[in-house]
Design a protein around this ligand. Structure first.
Ligand code: NAD
Length: 290
């Protein structure tokens, strides 16, 4: 396939490289310097024109909308705009509508799996859009990822991503506060892990990404909390969950609390640049809040 790839940052560059390695004809574009292993156009339109699929991997909804307005008029009729960025649901739906007006297909397919997943081709894609659009890009999902779930119409990929990450933010905080409480109760962290990881408190945060150093599988806790998944990216996704909750009139009290806790951690404490599981050293230093 002829593929345009716009947004060659931490995630986009390795995803584009995997498509090139699989034999696809990829032309990239980024407003900043990009790896020299990816052939580049001098503009977003240049990367998009003649492409069967244009992939965007950008920081937020405002940038995605601006780039979509640039590339849609340049794309050939029937081509697919596959957006893999994490953005708000409304932007995803607006971009899909704009694509439709230009005779294009659109898929929103945010990912989980992080930079490691992007490099190793093991991402999970949560996608929203028509069956035809999903079928057209599925071979690309198979190269860049290990799993792609079609979640329904446009915007539903973003909806699935922010609901998943709201659970992740809440369970990580709950796991960390339980470890901090266990410390103060004189309970050994290994014993705590051995019980909880096989009891009803288990979760991905405890079992697969344990925030306590030297306990459970190797995780960022064993590497000075170098990300992994940075606390500021968790805050971005929690903020998106709260925008969506406000727009849909949904009550998400723990999602709201998790957002406030990560906001304080990232903006006023030392959380920026640390893995999101560094919530444990933060909580273990604190005392009881009345
Ligand atoms: P990044 O900041 O490394 O990459 C974004 C790239 O977009 C940058 O290279 C930037 O120069 C480029 N860009 C910005 N404006 C542009 C424009 N107008 N035209 C062309 N290029 C432009 O971010 P990332 O970590 O690669 O994340 C990309 C997306 O993936 C984000 O939406 C993020 O939330 C999501 N995501 C990231 C991770 C992760 O672990 N990094 C995990 C899951 C999802």
């Amino acid at each position: 396939m002829k593929i345009g790839f716009i947004g060659l940052g931490n995630m986009g560059a390795p995803m584009a490289v995997n498509l090139i390695k699989a034999g696809h004809d990829v032309t990239g574009f980024d407003t900043h310097a990009s790896p020299d292993t990816i052939p580049l156009a001098t503009s977003a339109e240049g990367a998009a024109k003649d492409a069967d699929v244009v992939i965007t991997m950008l920081p937020n909804g405002a940038i995605l909308s601006a780039v979509a307005a640039q590339i849609h008029p340049a794309m050939k009729a029937g081509a697919v705009h596959l957006d893999c960025s994490t953005v708000d649901v409304d932007s995803a739906r607006d971009v899909a509508q704009a694509a439709d007006k230009h005779g294009l297909l659109a898929i929103d397919a945010p990912v989980s799996g992080g930079i490691g997943g992007a490099t190793n081709g093991t991402l999970t894609f949560m996608s929203g859009g028509s069956e035809a659009a999903f079928a057209a890009v599925n071979p690309l999902f198979e190269i860049m990822g290990q799993k792609a779930v079609h979640c329904g119409p446009s915007g539903n990929g973003q909806a699935a991503k922010i609901c998943n990450n709201m659970i992740l933010g809440v369970t990580m905080i709950a796991t960390c506060e339980a470890f901090a409480l266990a410390d103060k109760l004189g309970l050994d962290r290994q014993a705590m892990f051995d019980v909880v990881s096989t009891a009803s408190g288990y979760s991905w945060s405890m079992n697969a990404y344990c925030p306590a150093k030297g306990v459970g599988p190797t995780s960022p806790a064993d590497n000075d909390y170098i990300p992994g998944f940075a606390a500021e990216l968790m805050l971005k996704d929690l903020n998106l969950s709260q925008m969506a909750a406000a727009a849909a009139d949904a009550d998400t009290p723990l999602g709201h609390a998790a957002t406030e806790i990560y906001k304080t951690f990232v903006e006023h404490e030392d959380g920026k640049g640390k893995d999101f599981s560094a919530m444990l050293p933060r909580l273990e230093k604190r005392g009881h809040q009345a």
